[in-house]
Write a protein that binds this ligand. Structure first.
Ligand code: G3P
Ligand code: CA
Length: 369
């Protein structure tokens, strides 16, 4: 585990809440954090209180709700505002007329959209597994859980933190912020109000707010001292940066100058994991890039995504099972080894669908530095 000069001030899970935020923040590199990606989404339908609760039981430090908005302006936990695949809305005749076609960030979607439902209406729906073919075991939990609000996710983190005597943080992601602003449902006020209501609108709160876009993070930096994280994909550009006069691709944001600019409004980056360990055409890992060191030198924490057990998400050398088997893609490979590799490269945390695997990798990385 890599420790910095500042780390003595920040050691321990509880100290995650004690590390200063912008503009005083130094990199938080004491104990790499395990961020439960959409909850323990490898084991339960994602973005349900059951998924978050299991993640906490498995040792996650943070739970991650992706956020979208209801018609009445409430942030709720879903990966997309289109909910045909992750709820039973399609089987509800009273909502059949809500089916719509929309363009979101330049892509066409057909289905049911959270912004067309009040919170009370959404609460009558039940969550279901997004990837039933990849994760058939999770289907057994379909129909058991409602869509949680962001406030409910915070309340769960705080209650479980109190019960267990350790800090459980929240790591919300604003999904499609420009789209939401254009339909009059900006995240800014309700997101910050939910944090304020929970007394987590302070710089030392165990909270990171993330976005693939830039302009809402820049704006939030002027509205809150909660830590912000710029998400970076391997390809493409932030949706709000693709205008010809801007043209800021994700790759350009990873130059030294780009990282320095991110540091003016964010405390960290959340890069796609292949930006740290790239892969060749056969899916095998290539030597690591220098991104972790350069980002940390710029004063940014580094939280890559997404670590998952299934072979389909792993580099070729960590896949396991009979390559000719029909279900080989969904079988588990050596995911712990992948997480361990990244921890030894010095990342400050990982987003994981299987938090127990990431926690085990962290324990092993500490034992075998
Ligand atoms: O927020 C980190 C990672 O979750 C980004 O990807 O699509 O899973 O939200 P996504
Ligand atoms: Ca996310």
């Amino acid at each position: 585990m890599i420790l910095t000069r500042r780390s003595a001030l920040c050691v321990g899970a509880g100290a995650l809440a004690g590390c200063a935020a912008l503009p005083e923040a130094a990199p938080v590199r004491a104990r790499p954090i395990v961020i439960a990606h959409r909850g323990a989404s490898g084991y339960r339908p994602e973005h349900t209180l059951a998924a978050y609760r299991l993640a906490i039981a498995q040792g996650a430090d943070f739970i991650e709700p992706d956020l979208v908005m209801t018609r009445d302006g409430v942030p709720v936990a879903r990966h997309e505002n289109e909910i045909g695949g992750t709820t039973n809305v399609a089987s509800r005749p009273e909502f059949a007329a809500r089916k719509a076609v929309k363009e979101i960030d330049g892509e066409r979607f057909e289905g049911w959209f959270t912004e067309d439902f009040t919170l009370a209406e959404l609460k009558t729906l039940r969550a279901r597994e997004r990837l039933p073919q990849l994760r058939p075991g999770n289907v057994a939990f379909d129909g058991q859980e409602t869509i949680p609000t962001f406030a409910e996710v915070i309340a769960l983190a705080q209650a479980e933190g109190d019960r267990l005597g350790r800090t459980i943080g929240v790591y919300p992601e604003t999904k499609h912020p420009t789209y939401h602003e254009r339909i009059g449902l900006s995240f800014d006020a309700p997101l910050l109000a939910a944090l304020k209501a929970a007394d987590w609108d302070r710089p030392e709160a165990p909270v990171f707010i993330q976005s693939f876009e830039v302009s809402n993070l820049r704006r939030l930096a002027g509205l809150t001292r909660v830590r912000l994280v710029q998400l970076i994909a391997e390809e493409g550009a932030p949706f709000d940066q693709v205008r010809p006069e801007v043209r800021a691709s994700y790759r350009a944001m990873l130059t030294d100058g780009g990282l320095a600019d991110i540091r003016t409004y964010a405390a960290g980056i959340g890069p796609q994991k292949t930006l740290i360990v790239p892969r060749d055409a056969d899916g095998r890992s290539l030597p690591p890039t220098d991104l972790v060191a350069r980002a940390q030198k710029a004063g940014l924490v580094v939280h890559p995504w997404t670590f998952r057990n299934e072979n389909v998400f792993l580099p070729a050398e960590l896949r396991r099972g009979d390559a000719a088997a029909a279900d080989v893609q969904r079988l588990s490979g050596d995911a712990q080894a992948e997480v361990e590799q990244f921890l030894k490269l010095g990342v400050d945390g990982v987003f994981a669908d299987f938090p127990d695997v990431a926690v085990a990798a962290r324990a092993r990385a500490v034992q075998t530095p």
